[in-house]
Design a protein. Structure first.
Length: 303
């Protein structure tokens, strides 16, 4: 697509703001949809974006529309609902879904769009809001090769790692498997830290031991700064999103059918944290939530 491709972006939150910013910085006319958190919206407007009043209005102003929403529930409502994206799309447009979504829903939505002459690509993003703001996300593209080829130059505005995964839904499938590994690992780390703290282990010594051995991981390095120093900025992923991704992965595995013994156990840890009202806290605080189950303590939770 040319440099003047008109882009719409719905979901300019923790991950979407950085992606949308870099699309705008690379010269694409950008239309965004308002959000309850006005700070990222106002920042993009100050940089030259235009704000639409509805998904349909945004779609009418765009050749390609990106979504980065909490789940497939919001995606379907945004596309198919009243004044939704589908009402504003013209034949030949493309929807790019960067949500960590359910691939079954993605394929169903793709069929509906195809009947109207509209393409769809699933393009979930990896890494964290830090990389989003730097334009260094990873992404996994699923869809018709012609559609993928058309949107790839726009995706490259904010992603330095682009993996073409296969047919529509393949990107979301890869994302869920990847997230099971990373989010599941974080649940294991949280339980280990909670237990170590209960046993009186020096957590800095634990950090040194794990960092020097095979148990070390990128997730461990993102989780531990909070346990050691109260710094949760390395992993600005809300607990509600982690819980949602684990639920979605478990459903996908069970539908295959494939074993999900470990996934179900890890999922229950996140559902517990969510049920206790911690949904908006970031993932690194999970060790304290787990520790409290046995009247242990790692670090006071942030306000």
């Amino acid at each position: 697509m040319s440099e003047q491709t008109r882009v719409g972006y719905i979901g300019v939150g923790l991950m979407g703001h950085g992606a949308a910013k870099h699309i705008l910085l690379k010269g694409h006319p950008l239309t965004i949809l308002g959000h309850r958190n006005r700070a990222p919206v106002d920042d993009l407007l100050a940089r030259g974006a235009t704000e639409a009043r509805s998904p349909a209005e945004l779609a009418r102003a765009s050749d390609v529309v990106f979504l980065c929403l909490p789940s497939s529930v919001e995606v379907e409502a945004t596309v198919l609902g009243e004044n939704g994206v589908l009402e504003g799309f013209r034949p030949g447009a493309i929807l790019v879904d960067s949500t960590s979504a359910d691939p079954t829903s993605t394929r169903r939505l793709g069929r509906i769009l195809a009947e109207r002459g509209i393409g769809m690509v699933d393009a979930p993003v990896g890494r964290t809001p830090r990389e989003a703001e730097l334009g260094k996300l990873s992404t996994f593209l699923g869809g018709d090769p012609a559609h993928v080829a058309r949107v790839r130059p726009i995706v490259a505005c904010y992603a330095d790692t682009i993996i073409e995964a296969g047919e529509l839904g393949a990107g979301h499938t890869l994302k869920l498997v990847n997230n099971f590994i990373s989010i599941g690992t974080s649940a294991v780390i949280a339980e280990a830290v909670a237990t170590a703290s209960k046993l009186g282990v020096d957590l800095r010594k634990l950090y040194e031991v794990v960092s020097a051995g095979g148990a070390n991981s990128a997730m461990f390095q993102m989780m531990m700064p909070w346990a050691l120093e109260g710094d949760d900025s390395r992993l600005k992923g809300p607990i509600r999103i982690a819980a949602k991704d684990m639920r979605t992965y478990c459903r996908m595995a069970e539908a295959a059918p494939a074993p999900a013994f470990v996934a179900q156990a890890c999922s229950q840890v996140w559902q517990m944290a969510l049920a206790q009202g911690h949904g908006e806290r970031f993932m690194p605080v999970l060790p304290e939530i787990v520790a409290r189950l046995s009247r242990g303590h790692v670090r006071d939770l942030p306000d």
